[in-house]
Design a protein around this ligand. Structure first.
Ligand SMILES: Nc1nc2c(c(=O)[nH]1)N[C@H]1C(S)=C(S)[C@@H](COP(=O)(O)OP(=O)(O)OC[C@H]3O[C@@H](n4cnc5c(=O)[nH]c(N)nc54)[C@H](O)[C@@H]3O)O[C@H]1N2
Ligand SMILES: Nc1nc2c(c(=O)[nH]1)N[C@H]1C(S)=C(S)[C@@H](COP(=O)(O)OP(=O)(O)OC[C@H]3O[C@@H](n4cnc5c(=O)[nH]c(N)nc54)[C@H](O)[C@@H]3O)O[C@H]1N2
Ligand SMILES: [Mo]
Length: 856
């Protein structure tokens, strides 16, 4: 698995998830055949079932009773066909996408400011900037390749400001980290606008010639954030820190403000984005090298989905329902009678409608709403009630497929062809290199087959993705005449072979000689009717859910370095679970002490809608009173570790994006009587139950972290846990220790380790290795009972996933003199792969050096 060195976005660099993709291939766990009501059926039968359900719903309840929930992980071609089928031929406007949870606030803000959903800059700008502001972005973990570009472009005088309530791996790059009170970003950026005016940093000519709304915006900003002292207090920051940020911003012409989910996923998400954009417009820092506001997109094809019109409030090809003439134009192009009368329901509203019984057929493609939507407990109940739930996925068991009436096996990333668009408007080809697993088919094929069965064969008669792409490109240019910036009509006549060899290309690509544009608005001309950008007055709007006596902690949620979303792919590579192998709660040390939760113990986080159980990580980088939980775990991997059980479905009034970064809850110690580690050879039936469990699939076995609230009579129960009588048993009742292993013809079948103190549980790696041994020798058998390896070194918690280097190894090397990231890299190779562990390596070096200094 290697990167493509000629790709302009990554230059061949991969993150650890990308580098591990090879390990995620294979048919194990894949959904390989269509299923209707649990029974395997043929494709024609499955297509009939889907078409029948849709037809019946339309006839009885009208087209709006059919809904599609799409995803930024579909290819543009899949997305285009879904949108066309739904809005043009079924006639339902109820088509939304998981990008609603991801990018919709940025989209709404772009439209307000620029007159279109247009990202002005390109990745190079992140390198050219003399001041790089990263707000609500943990790029070191969530955009690791881009982060490496930002890091590599460091030079004397280049400054980085990170704005995030938590200290994260990204803060490592920061000259200044503003650990602001969550949700106060609009205040900070309103205050910045006021400061920029007072310090004479406004580009008056640019504002006069190219913007409108400056006076009203400034008036609102002054009302909301009158003084530096006021801002510092409201954002819970030191006055000097705020001033340093403002001063740097006023001084540096080349400023990029990159923002992601800490900004978007908020009840004030759109306003937060506009507050940022306002400062860039006021200083004329847009459309210039190294100067722009930059929305960091999340999913591989979030941008492509926005191009085709996958969001419920858009129609197609950057035309909205209320764009004059758009509905007729799109109907003309698609050759359908008329398109749906939209806008449709946005994701959270859509699932509310499902809950109310208004949606009779829900087709979910390439997303896992039972895990990723807020109030996931309620979402699950809604899915259960919906008469027909159709799920297209690659994986047999996800929290969402478990509610499906019809399951459609989708071809996975290596098995399908198409295009995706990244954050800098760059379209790249994704090329197939594997045969399709089982009966799996590409999503566009499935959607077209259903369209055909509904009587629209002529309009969905695609020979392949190239055909669909040409149509998509043609629509973007159809009756456009410069009215829509999203125009790739220059690609509408690509031959199949030109499509196959398409090089990464930034849009717009108009007809004629191909001069694609790396930056938009370079002439100060925007996509509004009068060509002027809008500064948008922004009031203060704080998170709706605030802590109280019953739920005193603020809950923040987000990503970890080595997992992708709901883990359907990344958890298939066991090494990606080595960095964080369980759901966890990051807690400030003082909170932990006050609440009596212990490091490495378990804790319950209880919210008003549900609860989350995970391992306690003491983290001084948290603000006091705030905890952080990862979004990745779900019922396939743990009992009660779904972050969205804790976040409410409160949304931004303009974008409909849920406030996923701000819940509230109560943290308590989970009363464990015992902690355990169980490893069982793969695919063995499971007869045990534990109060707490978290699964970590390994190569030759599955492994679980376990804990119980009540004592277990282990000798009496052990057979159920090990799937048979163990040959090796050791018990020390006084210590609360129990160990047992079951062998079959000399090879290890299952092993269980129980301790009172979780810190005493052995490292899992050598235990897992024992499953690959042909015949366990005497020494290994003894070691199993001693819970200690024979000769393999205990490397400690994994830090570098690329080269499998652990914390203990690193600390030993530092002690022996490798006291820099470079030296560690030379000795152990850690940090020399994707580089995303470098912040942690730096931390370990600093920590060790500090310890040495203390002892001196
Ligand atoms: N490893 C990994 N990478 C990913 C993904 C993944 O699942 N795993 N998913 C991809 C996707 S789809 C997306 S959308 C991106 C998301 O990428 P990011 O947005 O960078 O990731 P998050 O961890 O969701 O959140 C970013 C930060 O916002 C901070 N934050 C919380 N509240 C506030 C606030 O009020 N103000 C500010 N300024 N910050 C706040 C959080 O503390 C967190 O550190 O990542 C993409 N990359
Ligand atoms: N509390 C909280 N909630 C959040 C967030 C947060 O930060 N905090 N982040 C939000 C964000 S930004 C996002 S993007 C969402 C992500 O949430 P989801 O979109 O729900 O997460 P994924 O795990 O990516 O789901 C993708 C599904 O599609 C399947 N799949 C993969 N490839 C294909 C394909 O080609 N075709 C088909 N048909 N299926 C495929 C996968 O197996 C998987 O089941 O979560 C959101 N929810
Ligand atoms: Mo996302």
């Amino acid at each position: 698995m290697a990167g493509d060195e000629s790709h302009p976005a990554n230059g061949g660099r991969l993150c650890v998830k990308g580098a591990s993709l090879g390990e995620t291939l294979g048919d194990d766990g894949r959904l390989l055949t269509p299923k209707v009501a649990g029974a395997t059926v043929t494709w024609p039968e499955a297509i009939d079932s889907v078409a029948d359900a849709i037809r019946m719903a339309v006839e009885t309840h009208g087209p709006s009773s059919v809904a599609f929930y799409l995803s930024g992980q579909l290819l543009t071609e899949d997305y285009y066909v879904a949108n066309k089928l739904a809005k043009g031929f079924i006639g339902t406007p109820n088509v939304d996408t998981n990008s609603r949870l991801c990018m919709s606030s940025a989209v709404a803000a772009h439209k307000r400011a620029f007159g279109g959903d247009l990202v002005p800059g390109c990745y190079e700008d992140l390198e050219l900037a003399d001041l790089l502001v990263l707000t609500g972005s943990n790029a070191a973990w969530a955009h690791p390749v881009l982060y490496q570009r930002m890091k590599a472009s460091a030079r004397p005088g280049r400054k980085v400001v990170v704005i995030d309530p938590r200290r994260t791996a990204t803060s490592d790059l920061a000259d200044l980290h503003l650990a602001l009170k969550p949700g106060t970003d609009t205040l900070l950026f309103n205050g910045l606008l006021v400061w920029l005016v007072a310090s004479g940093a406004i580009d008056e000519a640019f504002v006069a010639d190219h913007c409108s709304g400056f006076e009203e915006t400034l008036a609102e900003a002054t009302a909301a954030a009158p003084t530096l002292e006021f801002v510092a207090e409201a954002c819970d920051l030191a006055r000097d820190e705020v001033e340093a940020f403002y001063r740097w911003f006023a001084e540096e012409e080349r400023t990029v403000t990159a923002f992601s989910q800490g900004v978007n996923q908020s009840v004030a998400g759109t306003d937060k984005c506009n507050a940022i954009i306002n400062c860039h417009l006021a200083t004329g820092r847009i459309g210039k090298p190294g100067a722009c506001p930059f929305s960091l997109t999340g999913q591989p094809n979030a941008m492509g989905g926005r191009e085709v019109g996958g969001l419920a409030n858009t129609l197609a090809a950057h035309m909205d329902y209320d764009t004059p003439g758009a509905k007729e134009r799109v109907a003309r192009f698609w050759q359908c009678d008329e398109v749906a009368d939209g806008p449709g329901l946005k994701a959270v509203e859509l699932f509310d409608a499902v809950e109310r019984g208004e949606i009779k057929v829900l087709w979910v493609l390439a997303t896992n709403p039972a895990v990723s939507l807020p109030e996931s407990g309620r979402v699950r109940r809604a899915l259960e009630q919906c008469p027909t739930v159709i799920v297209s996925d690659c994986i047999r068991h996800t929290d969402t497929t478990d509610y499906a009436n019809i399951l459609l096996p989708a071809a996975g990333w290596g098995e399908k062809d198409g295009t995706v668009t990244n954050s800098e408007r760059r379209i790249s080809r994704q090329r197939r290199f594997l045969p399709q697993a089982g009966e799996a088919k590409p999503d566009w094929w499935i959607l077209s087959a259903v369209a055909g069965r509904l009587g629209h064969r002529a309009c969905f008669d695609y020979s392949g993705p190239a055909d669909i792409f040409r149509e998509h490109a043609a629509l973007s240019g159809y009756e456009n005449d410069g009215s829509r910036t999203f125009d790739i009509s220059g690609l509408a006549n690509l031959s199949d072979s030109a499509y196959n060899s398409l090089q990464p290309t930034q849009w717009p690509v108009r007809e004629g000689p191909h001069n694609t544009t790396s930056r938009l608005f370079t002439d100060g001309c925007f996509a509004t009717t009068d060509g002027r950008a809008r500064l948008v007055p922004v009031k203060t709007r704080l998170p709706e859910v605030q802590p109280d006596g019953k739920f005193p902690m603020i809950i923040n949620t987000g990503r970890i370095r080595d997992q992708w979303h709901t883990m359907t792919r990344t958890a298939r590579a066991s090494r990606l679970l080595a960095h964080r192998s369980e759901p966890f709660v990051d807690v400030h040390p003082r909170d932990a002490e006050a609440l009596g939760v212990e490091a490495n113990g378990l804790a319950t986080l209880e919210g008003d809608q549900g609860q989350f159980v995970g391992r306690v990580h003491i983290n001084p980088g948290q603000r006091q009173g705030e905890v952080f939980v990862p979004i990745h775990w779900n019922r396939q991997f743990t009992g009660e570790g779904v972050a969205t059980a804790l976040t409410r479905s409160i949304t931004d009034p303009l974008s409909g994006q849920p406030e996923a970064k701000h819940g509230r809850g109560r943290l308590t110690r989970w009363p464990a009587r015992w902690h355990g580690r169980l490893l069982v050879r793969k695919n063995r039936p499971r007869r045990w139950r534990a109060d707490y469990w978290a699964m970590q699939p390994m190569d030759a076995c599955d492994s679980w972290w376990l804990a119980g609230r009540t004592n277990v009579d282990w000798p009496a129960m052990v057979q159920e846990w090990l799937g048979g009588q163990p040959q090796l048993v050791m018990q020390d009742q006084r210590q609360g220790r129990f160990r047992a292993a079951r062998l079959s013809h000399g090879t290890l079948e299952a092993v269980l380790m129980v301790e009172r103190d979780p810190a005493l549980l052995p490292a899992v790696d050598w235990l897992a290795d024992c499953f690959t041994m042909e015949e366990l020798d005497e020494a290994t058998r003894r070691c199993l009972l001693a819970a200690r390896s024979v000769d393999t070194e205990d490397i400690g918690a994994l830090v570098c996933s690329c080269y499998q280097v652990g914390e203990k190894q690193i600390c030993r090397a530092i002690e022996e003199g490798a006291n820099s990231v470079e030296l560690l890299g030379e000795q152990l190779q850690c940090g020399t792969g994707c580089g995303s562990c470098i912040p942690e390596l730096t931390g370990l070096v600093e920590q060790q050096v500090a310890e040495v200094n203390c002892s001196v």
